[in-house]
Write a protein that binds this ligand. Structure first.
Ligand code: ASP
Ligand code: MG
Length: 475
């Protein structure tokens, strides 16, 4: 919980890839920082890499690991993109040469790492983190230099120095205690001096100093970690959409911004494909009690979403809040009469799936125990089915399990709203809406939190399903 020692408000402003994706975007983002800072607020900024840069860096590593040429061209492209941004954004020779020097260093590092990967013929998770972290490490200099030029004291701060993680490269997890000390020691003096730390999102480092990343999209998590250890009053995730929407506006043009979403709802939404917030960013904020906002850098005065405590009464008038779809899934079924009452089948099944490195996105089991169904990302499904066939060889021979198969090309459509636990009949309304559109539901799961219902439908019926359910939310 937050202490009351600090009198000034502290805001963590996190800018995603598109919000720092060009000189114009960086200017717009910096304007928001300066406006907040001018109010007397203490501001710490967390930046992503410029949009597309992390993908290019990882492409380079991939090309190099296959021994192909092409990463050299990517290095040139990355160099040019950042140098062009310097030329368009920065006005003083001193700042320009400082940032250009950083760009040259980091692009040099990219070349050296790709060369090493090429020689080894393999990109280890550790090498991938060293490579994919470079976008943020360049971007923080662009933002810090531009803030200084526009009259706002700012300093680039490497997350390697303030976020301590374990050594799970590509999905590192923070050590909150060490991170708290490192962050407070490094950041609080800057904040007290009215300087704006500009911190790399996405990155941390192990105790021995190896660079780690928190996983794709992890800069939201960085902001939440920093917000929680500094007891920030708010963390604002600045993105390129008007907060959390009731659904994807490309599917349903009448989608609207949700003014408030509870922590539990946003966790479900983040898990089920709403790309606005990294799922791990939620927990640190719940625990320390600050406010979490999602706002649009390009429409700062427009609608925004505030993430609120679960205790805020679920609104019975609004039992359904949002509907999302996760595409590119396969539905795996283990079927057999001989499974009835046999213990340990599910444990063995999910053990076998886990050993393929696949995470299961949804599970349902018929109460007759004659089938277990679950979804996995399509690219993993043949590996999963093979692993299950191996695990259950004996059962298949003895005909206790009849077959294990997958149905490719399905979608998980999830409808989320914590009010559904207090309003009876919600599942019925959802099924009726789908039935009216002749949509065939392949499987159903309801979370025990009663905050979401998920349905599996075929890919062809995905958009129609989302629209039919959305019509129950926004009339
Ligand atoms: N740049 C990283 C990514 O593209 C982290 C982030 O943007 O959150 O995944
Ligand atoms: Mg993101």
């Amino acid at each position: 919980m937050r202490g009351n020692k600090r009198m000034t408000t502290l805001s963590i402003m996190k800018f995603g890839g598109t919000s720092v994706g060009s000189a114009d975007a960086l200017r717009a983002a910096a304007l928001l920082v300066r406006a907040e800072h001018a109010k007397g607020t203490q501001v710490a900024v967390v930046v992503s890499a410029m949009s597309g840069v992390t993908n290019l860096l990882l492409d380079g590593a991939d090309i190099a690991s296959r021994g192909e040429n092409g990463w050299q061209d990517l290095a040139t492209t990355l160099q040019a993109r950042h140098a062009d941004t310097v030329a368009a954004l920065l006005t003083t020779a001193a700042e320009q040469s400082l940032v250009n020097e950083r760009i040259a260093t980091h692009i040099g590092e990219f070349r050296a790492l790709c060369h090493a990967v090429e020689v080894l013929g393999e990109a280890s998770p550790r090498a991938l983190d060293a490579i994919s972290s470079l976008g943020e490490r360049i971007c923080m200099h662009l933002m810090a230099a531009h803030l200084r030029e526009s009259g706002c004291a700012a300093e680039a701060v490497r997350a390697m120095d303030i976020i301590r993680t374990d050594a799970t490269f590509q999905a590192a997890r923070p050590d909150f205690e060490v991170t708290r000390d490192l962050c407070r020691t490094r950041l609080l003096p800057l904040l007290r001096n009215r300087s704006v730390p500009v911190i790399t999102g996405f990155i941390g480092a192990t105790a021995s100093g190896a660079i780690t990343t928190l996983g794709r999209g992890g800069s939201d998590y960085s902001a939440a970690i920093i917000g929680s250890v500094l007891d920030a009053d708010e963390v604002v995730i600045w993105t390129d959409v008007d907060g959390v929407m009731s659904t994807d506006p490309r599917i349903a043009p009448n989608a609207r911004t949700l003014p408030t979403v509870t922590f539990r709802e946003i966790s479900e939404l983040a898990f089920y494909g709403a790309k606005v917030l990294h799922p791990l960013a939620v927990r640190p904020m719940i625990e320390h009690g600050g406010t979490l906002w999602i706002r649009n850098t390009f429409n700062p005065a427009g609608p925004a979403t505030r993430i609120v405590a679960d205790s805020s009464a679920p609104s019975a008038s609004e039992p359904l809040k949002a509907v999302t779809a996760i595409k590119d899934q396969s539905l795996v079924t283990i079927e057999g009469r001989g499974m009835l009452g046999v213990q340990g089948i599910a444990a063995r099944a999910f053990g076998a799936v886990a050993r393929t490195g696949t995470s299961v996105t949804l599970i349902t089991q018929a109460s007759s125990e004659q089938s277990i169904c679950f979804t996995v990302p399509s690219p993993n499904s043949s590996r999963v089915v093979a692993a299950l066939n191996t695990e259950f060889t004996g059962e298949l021979v003895r005909k206790e399990i009849d077959r294990i198969w997958d149905r490719p090309s399905v979608v998980i459509v999830s409808v989320v709203g914590s009010g559904m636990s207090t309003v009876p009949g919600i599942p019925g309304r959802v099924f009726t809406a789908l039935g009216n559109q002749q949509i065939n539901i392949l499987a159903i799961a309801q979370g025990s939190s009663e905050c979401s219902i998920s349905l599996i439908v075929s890919t062809e019926q995905s958009d129609d399903s989302v629209r039919a359910i959305h019509a129950l939310i926004v009339a």
